[in-house]
Design a protein around this ligand. Structure first.
Ligand code: C2O
Ligand code: CU
Length: 481
């Protein structure tokens, strides 16, 4: 097999980038003065329409599911761009309600961050908004709405945004798995009841059907001896996943898009909270003709298999694994100065206690009805709106340590917009890989320290990515001035 030629192939239908290239020529023509420099490296332009649609999530035996889509498909089209190259994405809203798009994990200008009220006016039905940015980091990112998130994400609106390295790792196939979790009725329709207050105060809306790239998956065909880069994106509203690969030894090469020291996951469990991404290298060392399960056993008593790696009955494509390095070049993220950093504690509060009853929410300054959670005593609810006061004002260029202290009985994948941070320690103990991340899972009653340089000015959201938690109060704003 010709490795270099084959490495971009994917078994999943990826959209040809050219299909989304629109009007670059007419853009150049519209300028009054000739702009040869612009024309020479014109930005790829994508059109993304947000609209209701239908998708066959669970196969031909069931009716198609009424979903909400980007580009009339679930997940939305996989956008592939190049590191350091400008990109323009025009989002048109054909939904019956306002929307925006957030480019999760991309370090971009604040005005392109997609938070309604805070960074841009919402895109009204029938209107459009052009997002323009230059991704500084290569890696696996994703996009999703930041308006009425429970419904819009919960009805299927999410897509992968892959920023390609100039020099990717050498693999036979580069595969993206958008993992989504749906709560479906018996006739495969999306169950009502978004924003249930009881769920909001507990684990959030965990569904009953997990799909890979918009379909439940019975099998994933592989060849013995091939090497696959598997980019996992947890696009669920609330479901945390813990994946085990029967008979295989995946190597983690990037977390939340950011390269890390290649390593095997702790206790062979790959724990991925909502919004988190993991890039794996998987050498297909199984036996031709055999099947191997990928199991998610995060929730006690609710283990299921996500899919099976099914080996073609063919001799291995090579006798030994590819002898090429697995490490990716690091991205140009400034290193925080830990000696000089300012520390701020963010206490995550609220929710149901183990024995029922709400955690001490007295004295909370509610910013909306239905608050179940808070950060440092303040509940900001919804998806973003005007007049959100910053919890902290950070000085541009300074280093900060955020101490995320979980006082609750629940897990929270905490996401900071606009930055990648270094995960320093858990409960005061240094973590092994000190990886960069934009979303970090904070277990009940634990504390995670993260650090970053406040080099990106603007008002940035920090919230839990269990969507019910976010919209019912576990959200705040950090201002970099
Ligand atoms: Cu993917 Cu505000 O987040
Ligand atoms: Cu949470």
């Amino acid at each position: 097999m010709n490795v270099t030629a084959a490495h971009r192939l994917s078994t999943q239908p990826t959209i040809d980038r050219r299909a989304f290239l629109i009007g670059v020529g007419s853009l150049a023509a519209a300028a009054t003065l000739p702009r040869p420099a612009r024309a020479a490296n014109s930005a790829p332009e994508f059109a993304l329409v947000a609209a209701p649609g239908r998708a066959s999530l669970v196969g031909a035996d069931f009716p198609a599911t009424e979903v909400w889509t980007f580009g009339n498909r679930v997940p939305g089209p996989e956008l592939r761009v190049r590191q350091g190259e400008p990109v323009r994405i025009v989002v048109r809203n054909e939904l019956p309600e306002d929307t925006t798009v957030h480019w999760h994990g991309i370090r971009l200008p604040n005005a392109m961050d997609g938070v309604p009220g805070l960074t841009q006016p919402p895109i009204r039905p029938g209107e459009q908004f052009a997002y323009e940015f230059t991704p500084p980091d290569a890696g696996t990112f994703w996009y999703h709405p930041h308006a009425d998130s429970l419904q819009q994400l919960g009805r299927g609106m999410a897509g992968a945004l892959i920023v390609e390295e100039p020099q990717p790792v050498v693999v036979d196939r580069d595969v993206v798995w958008m993992l989504a979790d749906w709560r479906l009725t018996g006739d495969a329709q999306i169950a009502a009841g978004f924003g249930n207050g009881m769920e909001a105060a507990m684990a959030g809306r965990v569904g009953n059907t997990v799909t890979i790239n918009g379909r439940i998956s019975e099998e994933f065909p592989v060849r013995a001896g091939e090497r696959i880069r598997l980019r996992l994106v947890n696009a669920a509203l609330a479901r945390i996943m813990s994946l085990r690969f029967e008979g295989h030894r995946p190597v983690v090469i990037a977390i939340d898009g950011q390269p890390c020291e290649p390593h095997e996951p702790e206790r062979s469990r790959l724990v991925i909270g909502p919004a988190m991404r993991v890039d794996l290298v998987l050498d297909m060392q199984g036996e031709p003709g055999r099947r191997y399960q990928i199991v998610d056993d995060y929730y006690d008593g609710l283990a299921y298999w996500l899919t099976e790696l099914v080996y073609e009955d063919q001799p291995p494509v090579r006798a030994h694994p590819i002898d090429a390095p697995l490490s990716l070049p690091r991205n140009p993220i400034p290193e925080p100065d830990l000696v000089d950093a300012d520390r701020h504690e963010l206490r995550l509060q609220g929710g149901m206690m183990g024995g029922g009853g709400m955690m001490g929410m007295g004295g909370m300054m509610g910013m909306g009805r239905g608050a179940a959670w808070a950060i440092n005593g303040m509940s900001m609810t919804g998806d973003g709106h005007t007049g959100m006061p910053p919890l902290l004002i950070l000085r541009r260029g300074r280093s900060y340590v955020l101490v995320l202290r979980n006082d609750t009985a629940w897990w929270h994948p905490m996401h900071l917009h606009g930055f990648s941070f270094r995960v320093l320690s858990r409960n005061g103990n240094d973590v092994t890989h000190r990886q960069w991340a934009d979303t970090v899972l904070v277990p009940p009653k634990e504390t995670v320290d993260v650090a970053f340089v406040a080099d990106n000015p603007g008002d940035w959201m920090l919230h839990c990515h269990v969507t019910d938690h976010q919209v019912s109060g576990m959200m705040t704003v950090l201002r970099v001035a």
